[in-house]
Ligand binder design. Structure first.
Ligand code: C2O
Ligand code: CU
Length: 434
């Protein structure tokens, strides 16, 4: 039940698909009915940006900054964002990564809207009824444009604000430097002993990062969704797939707590005083966090044994496939490259089962727009611990993931690898409502 789109302009991205028009709420009507409206304007433009180390980068920015402005709203707000494009010749959009917006707000150039050209603008609007950690980025020429800086963070805070310190930490690689926000060198946050701290770590890169902490922590949320009953973890590493987010809770003690990314390529210290040195850590021997330690079980609306209305298999590989009308070396889904991959067609209300098989030698962080999927099985083994709802999950070489979702957000959606170089070379498919 996708409404008829308004007349499309000539540029539909070349793939001949133009949906849209399931739009978010009208801001005037929302304001009249007492819904708080939060307005932002983001202007995309080229700029030279100095990182904390002094390194200067030629960036594509929102508002001249990398990352773009941190958008922070409260659960229940209507978020209205006007995107302007000053001089990004490739065109630009805003995709709300992990936030399940109506399809007309999803920001997929050539599909849900045309890319915004220099001098043009587009207004996005969606109700932020779901608290959590998300991010935004352009979805036009995104393999290049996100790397160059067209991204930022989106945090929806719960109505009842938690005590303590809340830090949003987007990770991004600039050349050889791994930056946390705009800090490409170790940072220290002065935190009084006993203060609860929530770290919202966001991977805006094309590959995974490895997170370790020097003290006990709890993994409290994955991809914007709280885990159920997370226990205290110690000496375990957390894998953060490209595009994914984890929220980690720590309590600053008398000793500083340090977050290491990739065993020290980037560090964030929470210290009672800014000059307390971090203790040396041997992270090499730490085991990877096993999914069975993701909290405790809780009821879910469906599980691996439910009767699914549709089942799709996605075999991920590399090889020669038709792309742009020519055979090319491509990243493929079921032997084909986007847009020639057979669409996954569903009906509203369907319970959908996806099996994702990786036959290639590369890791593929798979990202479905507009929906969260529930992890069902990994290499045939059922998930235990907390229900795990994800929008982006790593499928490593040889792995088989089974996930489920409820088709509850009509439209045509991208389901693609968030190694954006892979996506640009074909690893994408549409999930479309009939
Ligand atoms: Cu964050 Cu289609 O992407
Ligand atoms: Cu990939």
């Amino acid at each position: 039940a996708v409404a008829v789109p308004p007349p499309a302009s000539a540029d539909d991205g070349g793939h001949g698909v133009q949906v849209s028009s399931v739009r978010g709420p009208d801001p005037e009507a929302a304001a009249a009915s007492g819904i708080p409206v939060r307005r932002f304007t983001l202007t995309a433009r080229t700029a030279t940006v100095a990182l904390a180390s002094g390194q200067r980068i030629q960036a594509w920015t929102f508002d001249g900054r990398v990352p773009g402005p941190a958008l922070e709203v409260t659960q229940g707000d209507l978020v209205v964002v006007t995107l302007r494009n000053a001089d990004i010749a490739a065109g630009v959009t805003l995709h709300w990564h992990g936030y399940d917006v109506p399809v007309g707000e999803d920001g997929v150039a050539g599909m849900t809207q045309d890319a915004v050209r220099p001098g043009e603008s587009f207004e996005y609007r969606f109700r932020a009824d779901r608290a959590g950690t998300y991010w935004y980025h352009t979805h036009e020429a995104s393999d290049r444009a996100v790397r160059l800086g067209l991204y930022g963070t989106l945090v929806v805070r719960p109505r009842a604000a938690a005590d303590g310190v809340d830090l949003t930490l987007p990770l991004h690689t600039f050349g050889t430097a791994l930056a946390v926000g705009d800090r490409d060198q170790p940072t220290t946050h002065a935190v009084a002993p006993g203060t609860p701290v929530r770290l919202r770590v966001i991977n805006t890169d094309d590959g995974p990062h490895r997170l370790t902490l020097t003290g006990p922590f709890r993994l409290v949320a994955v991809d914007g969704t709280d885990l159920n009953g997370p226990g205290v973890l110690e000496r375990v590493a957390v894998r953060l797939p490209a595009g994914a987010r984890v929220d980690v809770a720590v309590t600053a003690g008398a000793a500083p707590v340090t977050l290491h990314v990739d065993d020290g390529r980037a560090t964030v210290r929470l210290a009672p005083a800014a000059d307390t040195p971090a203790p040396p850590v041997d992270t090499a021997a730490w085991p990877t966090l096993d999914q069975t330690r993701y909290g405790t079980p809780a009821p879910t609306p469906f599980d691996a044994h439910s009767r699914f209305d549709r089942r799709f298999t996605m075999v991920l590989d590399r090889g020669v496939a038709l792309a742009d009308g020519l055979p090319k070396y491509a990243f493929t889904v079921n032997g084909r490259a986007y847009p020639y991959v057979t669409t996954q067609t569903v009906r509203e209300g369907d319970l959908v089962h996806l099996t994702v098989v990786n036959r290639s030698r590369d890791t593929h962080p798979m990202h479905l727009h507009g929906h969260h999927v529930l992890a069902l099985r990994h290499n045939g083994r059922p998930f235990t611990g907390s229900p795990l709802w994800m929008d982006t999950f790593d499928v490593q070489p040889g792995e088989v993931w089974e996930v489920g979702l409820r088709a509850d957000n009509p439209g045509v959606w991208m389901n693609h690898c968030h190694n954006l170089k892979h996506a640009a070379k074909g690893m994408a498919v549409h999930l479309a409502y009939a």
